[in-house]
Write a new protein. Structure first.
Length: 132
């Protein structure tokens, strides 16, 4: 039977250092959190400042309580520290306008995601027709 040579402490330490150097960037990437960005506009396509945008995580059997951010003067919003894979997003404004709820799906937790189309605020009568 063939015996393996004894490894010195320095060789073992070097192997561990290499493994850590390889694994650490991968671990950091797995643990990162993403941003979900988008814009809220009115029916004419003009940005809406001060709109409340709500995001809620959708799991297999429930929809969790969400987070709310307010749009800036360009109608833009950003949710930070997101690890959601599937979520529902909608917006509303103090003037009574609101959007329909829209569901999105990312590929992995912590992914940066740009909402592909602007969230459009509509009066209630138009929202009902959007749902049908």
């Amino acid at each position: 039977m063939k015996k393996f040579p004894k490894l010195s402490f320095n060789v073992i330490l070097l192997i561990l250092a290499v493994l850590i150097a390889i694994a650490l960037p991968a671990w950091k990437e797995i643990q990162r959190t993403g941003e979900i960005r988008g814009q809220v506009v009115d029916a004419e396509g003009a940005p809406v400042a001060g709109a409340q945008v709500r995001i809620r995580e959708k799991t297999l059997n429930l929809i969790k309580e969400g987070q709310v951010v307010t749009t800036d003067r360009n109608g833009s919003f950003v949710f930070r520290d997101m690890r959601m894979i599937e979520f529902i997003i909608n917006a509303s404004h103090i003037n009574g306008m609101a959007s329909v709820e829209t569901r999105y799906h990312t590929y992995f937790p912590g992914q940066h995601f740009e909402i592909p189309e602007s969230i459009v605020l509509l009066p209630e009568s138009e929202r009902d027709s959007e749902l049908q």
